[in-house]
Design a protein around this ligand. Structure first.
Ligand SMILES: [Fe+2]
Length: 234
């Protein structure tokens, strides 16, 4: 299994505070059988200059990589970003630089304010104008948005849908998660882990729940998608 969304890189966003925490988070990923991890620090266009962000990300990655020999087993890893929606993003030359590794997959976080149809137009144009492959981060966080607009995202086969492990683990949302999985619309899973306690690496817990309910090979599909991204990223 692959963790395609996490904040394990040290000292770059509200995720891991230092290398020690990052190493412990990675150790937990390995213990849970995770074979590949994509580091996706937050990118906010109104707060980050892309060049500055990329340079900070590179430094954080180098710092972590120079300490990986402390781990018994190191998972495959690559870098991307969790790019928060911004107006005009589908016309931005910088967007491609925020894709996952060498791939053309990009993880996008939708706005939390009320959605308008222009937001969805913009997302669709990232694919049609820039030719990038959009992954919508934690779709479950937007289920109280305009249902028609959420449906438009879910019905667009060019967009990949990522859910957080928590969606399956939380009792309040587990049945919705299973329903979405059974509809065949979950492409990728992420821990979205930020630390070692409140938002810890937790994919194994979700996988255990999924395995009990998965009759249509949804987990295989999720694993294959993770594998495809890694093959293109590395
Ligand atoms: Fe995140």
């Amino acid at each position: 299994m692959f963790d395609v969304h996490c904040h394990i890189l040290p000292g770059i966003d509200d995720g891991s505070k230092n290398v020690e925490m990052s190493l412990e988070m990675l150790e937990r990923e390995v213990q849970q059988g995770i074979e590949g991890v994509i580091f996706t620090p937050h990118f906010y266009a109104d707060m980050n200059d892309p060049a500055m962000f990329l340079s900070k990300r590179e430094s954080a990655l180098k710092e972590l990589e120079s300490n990986l020999d402390k781990l018994d087993k190191v998972p495959k890893h690559t870098v991307g970003a969790e790019v928060h929606y911004f107006r005009g993003m589908s016309r931005s030359d910088d967007l491609e630089k925020l894709c996952i590794g060498k791939s053309d997959f990009i993880l996008i976080e939708m706005p939390f304010r009320d959605w308008q149809s222009v937001f969805i137009d913009e997302i669709e144009e990232i694919s049609t104008v820039l030719g990038l492959r959009v992954i919508i981060a934690h779709i479950e966080r937007y289920f109280d948005q305009d249902k028609k607009l959420v449906k438009r995202l879910l019905n667009n086969p060019d967009l990949l849908i990522q859910c957080n492990a928590e969606f399956f683990i939380e009792k309040k949302t587990a049945s919705k998660a299973i329903k979405l999985m059974k509809s065949g619309r979950i492409d990728l899973l992420g821990s979205d882990s930020h630390n070692l306690d409140t938002r810890r690496p937790n994919l194994a817990e979700a996988i255990e729940i999924i395995q009990k309910k998965d009759k249509k090979g949804s987990l295989d599909h999720i694993m294959r998608m993770g594998q495809t991204i890694f093959e293109q990223a590395l």
